[in-house]
Design a protein around this ligand. Structure first.
Ligand code: VGL
Ligand code: ZN
Length: 205
C-alpha cells in the first residue's frame, strides 16, 4: 500500500497525542515482543516534546493485566502472559519520555474482557479517555505506539467512531504481523474508516 503523507502539520488547540502501549513486554526482549517495537520510541519522544512544548495534552495507554487474564493462552486467549500489573514487563519502556504532565490510561485490568482499545481505559481517577479528551476540548488525536494490528487499530477505530479526527504516525507504530501483512491491512482499514497517515517528521515544531 502506498502511504499518503500529509504535509507539515503544526499541532495546536484541540489536538492531543495518544501513545498506545509502549511497554517493555511489547519491545524486543519482552514477553510479547513486537518486531522493531523499540524503534517507535525515538519518533514518539520527538512528538511528546513537540506537544508538551505547546502545552498540548499527552496520553499514554498501558495494558495492565492481572496475572490471570482471558487473553493469555492458559485461559483460552491468543497470547503469552504479558503486561502483568506491577511487573517490569508492564512498565513503560524506560527511554520513553514519560513525565508528570502526561496522563496514563490503564486498560485490561479485569480478568475479562480483553481491552485492546485505549478508549476502554481510564485515568487514575477513573475518567475514560473519551471524557478526558472531551474535557480538554480535544477534537483531533495523533496516535502512535504498539501494536499497529491490535491496540493501535482498535484505539484508532474507536476514536473515529467517537468522531475524532485521527492521524497515525507511520514511523511511530509497528505491527505484530502474525500474518506478514497484518500491519499494512490494519493501516488500510484505519484509512478506509477516515484516519489519515502522517509521520512525526512532518510535525512542525
Ligand atoms: C496488545 C496483544 C495483546 C497490544 C495487547 O498492545 O497491541 N496486543 N495485548
Ligand atoms: Zn494485552
Amino acid at each position: 500500500m502506498k502511504h499518503t503523507i500529509d504535509s507539515a502539520y503544526v499541532p495546536g488547540d484541540g489536538d492531543a497525542l495518544v501513545i498506545v502501549d509502549v511497554q517493555n513486554d511489547f519491545v524486543p526482549g519482552g514477553a510479547l515482543a513486537v518486531p522493531e517495537g523499540d524503534q517507535v520510541v525515538a519518533p514518539l519522544n520527538k512528538a511528546i516534546k513537540i506537544f508538551q512544548t505547546r502545552n498540548l495534552p499527552v496520553f499514554l495507554t498501558r495494558d495492565w493485566h492481572p496475572d490471570k487474564h482471558c487473553s493469555f493462552k492458559e485461559f483460552g486467549g491468543l497470547w503469552p502472559p504479558h503486561c502483568v500489573q506491577n511487573t517490569r514487563g508492564a512498565e513503560f519502556v524506560s527511554d520513553l519520555q514519560v513525565n508528570d504532565r502526561s496522563t496514563t490510561i490503564t486498560k485490561g485490568v479485569a480478568f475479562e474482557p480483553d481491552e485492546y482499545s485505549g478508549f476502554q481505559g481510564v485515568d487514575e481517577k477513573g475518567t475514560s479517555l473519551d471524557m478526558c479528551l472531551k474535557n480538554l476540548g480535544v477534537v483531533r488525536i495523533f496516535v502512535g505506539g504498539l501494536a499497529t494490528d491490535y491496540c493501535v487499530l482498535s484505539t484508532v477505530l474507536d476514536g473515529l467512531s467517537l468522531k475524532y479526527d485521527v492521524f497515525i504516525f507511520t514511523d511511530g507504530v509497528r505491527a505484530v504481523n502474525v500474518k506478514p501483512d497484518d500491519g499494512e491491512m490494519s493501516l488500510k482499514e484505519m484509512t478506509q474508516n477516515g484516519a489519515r497517515l502522517t509521520t512525526t517528521e512532518s510535525l512542525g515544531a
